[in-house]
Design a protein around this ligand. Structure first.
Ligand SMILES: Cc1cc2nc3c(=O)[nH]c(=O)nc-3n(C[C@H](O)[C@H](O)[C@H](O)COP(=O)(O)OP(=O)(O)OC[C@H]3O[C@@H](n4cnc5c(N)ncnc54)[C@H](O)[C@@H]3O)c2cc1C
Length: 378
């Protein structure tokens, strides 16, 4: 009998496993694929981490906590200087029209939570980053402490640290179903049955299948991450180029992450995407997405030409309002879940893992109420 079983050991599940192990719980993580695999939502080299949150100001305190929790993990993971840090503080520059969703949202979060950002006009941005082309009526807000996480390394580090504290990991094991009563849960897998006092469902794009009758509509969207080699007018290497997030005048949002190796710079479209099924996802290059990313590069980068070197298809699991859903299963106080992370959840993984474990241990945190299931029944 485990204290906790975690279904899914990707971004959130690996962090939940770690948090439970830190608490001294006897915990089992069950994962249908391998360790830090590339078939879910937590792969593709990097994830942006920032505090100046345009999506909703209530995420800011959670992001502040996330910075500390990643630091805690990094200190334990980075035992030799040749191991890459999990978190690189390159800064994040968010660009848009003054009345765009991004700029208005970032300003609101800064005002409410006293965050200090540097503001630049289009000309100032282009002086500092000559590689960028910015339309004259756009502005930029720069958060110097923000940056990116090495996503697969983060998942692997959470799992390694959890295992160090006694957690068990069952990879290549697919959960078929689960049942619960007041005191225990039983999880049925293709590798046998497992029993525990509590259950955490962290199944990403497969969440719908594990949440059964929970009244929550989730939509899975394919997202392509593209790596380009850019024949630049001026060479720029990692650490002198920040993460850049741009909302264009047409409302389309794109982001770019610095070049880390020979794959080049990562560019992806945050908006749009086709609805898919996680089990039958087509991972081939999406030509429409490629065209849009190419147009974005032409419009915003001073360069001679670009070449696609690599791509990965990933999935956003969208909740109805684009915010996470972290709650108990309505019928079981010993079953909690995090779902619908809507394409911006990775940075919060250690915070969500911590809260899921605390919830299942009888704790509560009012600052998480905006993410509860009950908002949809209003
Ligand atoms: C292209 C892209 C870019 C993104 N950029 C950012 C960003 O810059 N910053 C940010 O904060 N967030 C970002 N996100 C969002 C973030 O990556 C996700 O919200 C987060 O990684 C989701 O974690 P998860 O644990 O819910 O899902 P996953 O990491 O996919 O984990 C779910 C796990 O459950 C397992 N599972 C499911 N069903 C079963 C079963 N039956 N049996 C066993 N195991 C099962 C799956 O195999 C998987 O490993 C991005 C997402 C994508 C796709």
């Amino acid at each position: 009998m485990y204290d906790l079983i975690v279904i899914g050991c990707g971004g959130i599940g690996s962090a939940t496993l770690h948090q439970a192990a830190l608490k001294g719980w006897n915990v089992l993580g069950i994962e249908q694929f391998g360790l830090a695999h590339n078939k879910g939502s937590s792969h593709g080299q990097t994830r942006i981490i920032r505090k100046a949150y345009f999506e909703h100001p209530s995420y800011v305190p959670l992001a502040e906590e996330a910075f500390d929790r990643w630091d805690f993990l990094n200190k334990r993971h980075r035992t030799r200087p040749d191991i890459h840090p999990l978190f690189e503080q390159t800064g994040v520059l968010q660009i848009g029209l003054p009345d765009s969703e991004v700029i208005v949202g970032v300003r609101k979060s800064c005002e409410l939570h006293g965050l200090q950002l540097e503001e630049f006009s289009a000309d100032q941005i282009m002086q500092r980053l000559p590689l960028l082309k910015v339309e004259s009526d756009h502005v930029g807000l720069f958060e110097p402490e923000a940056g990116f996480l090495r996503v697969e390394h983060c998942v692997a580090a959470h799992l390694a640290q959890a295992k160090k504290r006694g957690a068990k990991f069952a990879g290549e094991t697919r959960v078929q179903s689960w049942t619960a009563n007041a005191d225990s849960v039983r999880v049925v897998t293709d590798g046998g049955n497992f029993d525990a006092r509590r259950l955490a469902i962290c199944a990403g794009a497969w969440s719908g299948g594990h949440l059964g009758d929970v009244p929550l509509e989730l939509k899975v969207i394919a997202k392509q991450q593209n790596w380009y080699q850019i024949d630049r007018v001026e060479q720029k290497l990692v650490n002198d180029f920040p993460v850049v997030f741009i909302e264009q005048a047409d409302g389309e949002q794109f982001y770019c992450l610095p070049e880390l190796d020979s794959m080049g710079m990562k560019v992806a479209r945050h908006t749009g995407g086709r609805v898919v099924d996680a089990d039958t996802l087509d991972r081939n290059v999406d030509d429409d997405d490629l065209q849009r990313n190419g147009d974005f590069l032409e419009r915003h980068f001073v360069h001679r030409k670009h070449r696609l070197v690599h791509h990965h298809t990933c999935m956003y699991t969208m909740s109805p309002d684009g915010h996470f859903v972290v709650d108990f299963h309505p019928a079981h106080r010993n079953v909690a879940f995090a779902a619908g992370l809507s394409g911006h959840g990775f940075k919060f993984a250690p915070v969500l893992g911590h809260r899921i474990v605390e919830m299942l241990d009888g704790g509560s945190d009012p600052s998480m109420d905006f993410l509860s299931l009950k908002r949809f029944s209003k």
